[in-house]
Write a protein that binds this ligand. Structure first.
Ligand SMILES: [Zn+2]
Length: 367
């Protein structure tokens, strides 16, 4: 077990503790800022225009927690010499990490994110450089972004990753880039679960329901994607992750199943039986098989997802650590049962995800 430093900045930790942020693209963030951001724990505005979008949202709402994530990892790779994307010189000063963080503060970001490039599998020099260069700064509002290749969360590199993260004076926001859902990779869900318990300053970034597992097991916070492309990490050589390019129906969160399911698949699965009804603030009792591929349906589905997430977060929030574990175990067990029952009832083979199966087998209380 690693022992993170005790001198870690406290202001940003108390600001982020137990929060689940909604991670949205700039256009989505501008659309939903008035409703979803205050309802959730805050918002990570993501993309090259994030600074401008955060500025606009901040002018309309002075209190909501906002982060500006320019997603540097989609354009550049981190190196030992240059772990960050720092932009161009201007008339007054040279590019620097300090200037990049100040630009976020000036626009009204609540915390300042390092613009870290993609950290390739095993490039420990780049990983250490990102942490060490940030540690030179004393400000109490910094989060170190670590956009890592998924291999960092496998047996080959996870011990090294955990050891380096433990040295950081600032909280660390980890995302995992992969060609498909990173949690389909053997061992990743287990490693993330273990790191949540041993690294109380770790935030899971660009994630999905793994963000809830992270909070249940002691992690600091999570940022869950509003749309599916922001529920997985990416890198300069990977196009944005899309589950199925032909199927344009939205991914819909089914809370009892602890999974997202394509709108089209929900229709198929529940063709002969009635689809589940949802009582979130978006659906208000309507059935979940109503989402087609129109822009309006996609937005409604994403709003449903955010509302259901908020209900789940509320349930976790009310519990202490050991009760959270019981709640998680029961939720995972119910989800597995739902998969088995539906497979029997519908003749559609519905396999539980690797992550769900892993969570059902994890020790009752880690760390
Ligand atoms: Zn709903």
């Amino acid at each position: 077990m690693t022992n993170p430093k005790t001198s870690r900045s406290t202001s940003v930790v108390s600001q982020l503790a137990d929060r689940v942020l909604i991670q949205a693209s700039c256009p989505d963030a501008l659309k939903i800022a008035g409703t979803v951001a205050p309802m959730a724990g805050g918002m990570v505005v993501t993309g090259p225009e994030a600074l401008q979008a955060v500025g606009r949202i901040r002018r309309a709402n002075s209190s909501v927690l906002l982060c500006a994530d320019t997603a540097a990892e989609t354009r550049v790779a981190a190196t030992a010499e240059a772990p960050f994307e720092l932009g161009e010189a201007n008339l007054i000063d040279e590019p620097s990490l300090q200037r990049s963080l100040d630009a976020q503060r000036e626009r009204g970001a609540s915390v300042a994110l390092t613009p870290t490039g993609h950290i390739a599998a095993g490039d420990s020099a780049a990983l250490k450089a990102a942490i060490r260069q940030t540690d030179k700064l004393q400000d109490d509002d910094i989060v170190v972004r670590l956009p890592c290749d998924v291999a960092w969360a496998t047996k080959t590199y996870s011990k090294q990753l955990a050891a380096v993260i433990a040295t950081s004076n600032h909280p660390v926001a980890l995302s995992l880039a992969a060609d498909q859902d990173p949690l389909t990779r053997a061992g990743v869900a287990e490693e993330l679960w273990a790191m949540a318990a041993t690294h109380p300053h770790l935030i899971l970034w660009r994630t999905d329901l793994a963000g809830l597992a992270h909070l249940v097991n002691g992690g600091l916070a999570a940022a869950i994607g509003f749309s599916s492309t922001l529920r997985h990490g990416t890198s300069p050589d990977r196009p944005g992750f899309v589950n199925n390019r032909q199927d344009r129906t939205p991914d819909v969160l089914l809370p009892d199943w602890m999974r997202y399911m394509k709108g089209s698949k929900i229709e198929t699965v529940f063709a002969a039986t009635s689809a589940p009804r949802c009582h979130c603030r978006t659906c208000r009792g309507q059935m979940l098989d109503r989402f087609d591929s129109t822009t309006a349906d996609k937005l409604t589905a994403h709003l449903h997802n955010a509302a259901v997430l908020q209900q789940l977060i509320g349930a976790i929030d009310r519990l202490d650590r050991s009760a959270r574990h019981d709640w998680w175990r029961q939720s995972v067990a119910l989800a597995l049962t739902k998969h088995t029952e539906a497979t029997a009832q519908t003749n559609v083979q519905l396999n539980a995800s690797r992550a769900l199966r892993t969570w059902s087998q994890l020790p009752a209380m880690a760390g």
